[in-house]
Design a protein around this ligand. Structure first.
Ligand code: TMP
Length: 205
């Protein structure tokens, strides 16, 4: 059986990670890898319900409540989708994961970073991605990409998103082996090539 891998895509809203995830999925499928795509929040099934609340609920959501909803969604994604797929030798591409909680709820909302990391570890049962790619872009550009039609999280303001961006860069410094930063201001094709080189190193293709 092939070895399974878990690769996560991260970055501030509008950074282009979802486009890049789709391109990598096609690339790997063309190379005959068995690929599973999932996302947080909003994996197939119960995750879709969490996503609806987290992005569209228009009443008050406390920062701690928001954190626990993301963590609950994460547990479900890990237990029902990610772990079974990786154990059966598949490559799982996940749009956002643990570092979103640390960057958004920790650095962005200002909750205790170490507590968020500990809660992440509980939510995942200690499983870590083999590779995390952070798509880095200035917030002015990313907010332009998001446009006027913003969801609950995207409405958090420029200062919030600058803290999120700096949070991701800080996390990449703390865990340089796992977290790789890709400059997301270039062309889609150039960014894709960078992603493929990172993933090729991991898979030793
Ligand atoms: P996206 O799926 O379009 O990237 O949107 C998900 C939103 O949820 C995005 O604003 C980031 C936010 N988020 C958190 O704040 N914490 C988390 O743990 C996760 C997974 C996402």
């Amino acid at each position: 059986m092939n070895k399974g891998y878990f690769i996560t895509f991260e970055g501030a809203d509008g950074c282009g990670k979802t486009t890049q995830l789709e391109l990598l999925k096609d690339y790997l499928k063309n190379k005959r890898y068995d690929v599973v795509v999932t996302r947080e929040p909003g994996a197939k099934g119960l995750g879709e319900k969490f996503r609806e609340i987290l992005l569209n609920y228009d009443g008050v959501v406390s920062d701690r409540c928001e954190s626990f909803l993301f963590l609950a969604d994460r547990s479900q994604n890990i237990d029902t989708i990610v772990k079974p797929a990786v154990s059966s030798g598949k490559i799982v591409l996940c749009d956002r994961h643990i570092d979103s909680s640390t960057a958004y709820q920790g650095y962005g909302r200002g909750l205790d970073i170490q507590q968020i990391k500990n809660l992440n570890s509980i939510a995942t049962g200690g499983m870590l991605p083999d590779l995390t790619i952070v798509f880095d872009i200035d917030i002015e550009t990313s907010m332009q990409r998001v446009g006027k039609n913003k969801d609950r999280m995207e409405n958090s303001g420029v200062e919030f998103f600058n803290r999120v961006r700096n949070g991701y860069l800080e996390l990449a410094k703390q865990e340089p082996d796992r977290i790789k930063v890709v400059d997301s201001t270039g062309s889609i094709e150039d960014i894709h090539k960078h992603v493929v080189s990172l993933v090729s190193n991991l898979l030793a293709m």
